[in-house]
Design a protein around this ligand. Structure first.
Ligand code: F3S
Length: 426
């Protein structure tokens, strides 16, 4: 299928707007040819994951674009960077790695990207609107933008994300088109104790189960008859986009493209119907812990995957107030977050309280891209389905999944501690 370009797109491809724009346009055009689409689609916002410094080529690519005069043509936020830019020297990050990470940050800023450095850009930075065509990287941000907001993006990979931001164009296909956003698999929640819907851990567990079972198709969840807040849906999506390749989910009565089953399936029948009951959820809950459990000595608790919001910090503060005391030495409480949450913490007077308790608040980065968790750590605990899923492979640790209260109680005792709650009473 021949690709038709507008005169503006032809101009970008010709090099008349500079070699950086030409290079980005060549990549977008090549991608469109590989996908066999006939035209490009304008986008009006981007989020870049390519600033993660996955290899030297990430740095070379960004610096080449920046030095060739390429600048983003749409508002563009940046995902986490591989170190805490303010504190990396104090944290013992190797100097060579630190300097390369600083260089990649400079390159993206030079291209006029907004230095948000967060994997949760949808919580307070540049939240897109319903139906807006965008080009986002980072799986948890993509699934949130598509599902919870109803903006439209494919799962853009590193390099392609910045090329879309520079040209303002993507191949016209996939989740950008309404017909491709139709639900494919109906998931019926059957016999779930409604008390579980109030448990924050219900959402990452459900997300993990959905991703594992549905893989990269579009699930439609029926039976979640409750309000779920932004942090809960963030956790659901992050887990579903980790155990599977899901870029969009619908929840009947909750997400904007699914007021009814008919809307979610766009008037057609589901390709498949799957039922999830309590046993499936309990098994999924167990699977999120790997080779560790109650009573095991704990090295670190990791929170904020995706980045902790101000409301999550408020919940943490309440738990610390109840717990009292300070963390014992030897157990680290690592909280990943962004500058916005930090500014609010300072303004809300919570930062000193949380750090005096012994927590380490890490800005702008991620435990899987920066050497934050000590090399010798054996057991970590987290309330994040995404972190629990990746930790054994990426951090080479054993991992325990639990709710926020269990994480804090465990950190205080230095060993994994389960509490009575909705899951344990089942
Ligand atoms: Fe964010 Fe890293 Fe988790 S990028 S979503 S903290 S894996």
């Amino acid at each position: 299928m021949a690709l038709c370009l507008t005169s503006h797109e032809e101009t970008m491809l010709s090099g008349r707007n500079g070699p950086g724009v030409q290079m980005a346009m060549r990549i977008v055009v090549r991608m469109a040819e590989v996908l066999e689409v006939s035209e490009l689609l304008p986008i009006t916002q981007a989020h870049i994951d390519g600033c993660a410094l996955m290899s030297d080529s990430s740095l070379e690519f960004a610096e080449k674009l920046a030095s060739s005069g390429a600048r983003v043509s749409v508002p563009t936020t940046l995902n986490m960077i591989p170190l805490d830019l303010q504190n990396w020297k104090k944290q013992g990050v190797p100097a060579e790695f630190g300097h390369k990470a600083s260089r990649i940050a400079d390159a993206y800023i030079k291209m006029n990207c907004i230095p948000t450095w967060t994997c949760a850009p949808y919580q307070g930075f540049l939240t897109p609107s319903f139906g807006q065509q965008i080009a986002w990287g980072e799986s948890n941000a993509i699934i949130y933008a598509n599902s919870v907001i109803g903006a439209r993006t494919n799962r853009y990979a590193d390099f392609m994300d910045i090329c879309a931001a520079i040209t303002g164009r993507v191949p016209k296909q996939g989740l950008h088109l309404k017909e491709n956003r139709r639900g494919q698999v109906l998931i019926r929640l059957m016999g779930i104790d409604p008390g579980l819907f109030a448990e924050d851990t219900f959402y990452p567990v459900l997300g993990y189960l959905v991703g594992k079972r549905i893989q990269d198709r579009i699930p439609v969840i029926e039976g979640l008859d409750t309000f779920a807040n932004s942090d809960q849906l963030k956790a659901l999506g992050a887990a579903a986009a980790s155990s599977g390749g899901i870029g969009l989910f619908h929840i009947i009565g909750l997400t904007p493209e699914a007021p009814t089953l008919e809307d979610a399936f766009q008037g057609s029948e589901p390709d498949e119907i799957v039922e999830f009951g309590m046993n499936d959820l309990l098994k999924a809950m167990d699977e999120l812990s790997h080779d560790a459990g109650e009573g095991d000595a704990l090295d670190a608790v990791v929170l904020g995957c995706p980045h902790f919001s101000y409301t999550e910090f408020q919940a943490l503060t309440e738990i610390i107030h109840k717990t009292g005391g300070t963390l014992p030495s030897g157990v680290r409480l690592i909280i990943l977050t962004n500058q916005l949450s930090m500014a609010l913490l300072e303004r809300g007077g919570l930062k000193d309280f949380i750090t005096k308790f012994g927590a380490e608040i890490i800005l702008d980065t991620c435990v899987f891209h920066s050497p934050i968790v000590s090399a010798g750590a054996e057991v970590i605990m987290t309330n994040s389905g995404k972190c629990a899923y990746y930790a054994p492979g990426e951090l080479n640790t054993r991992v325990v999944f639990g709710n926020l209260e269990e994480c804090i109680h465990s950190a205080m005792r230095g060993k994994v501690t389960r509490l009575e709650g909705a899951w344990k009473s089942l």
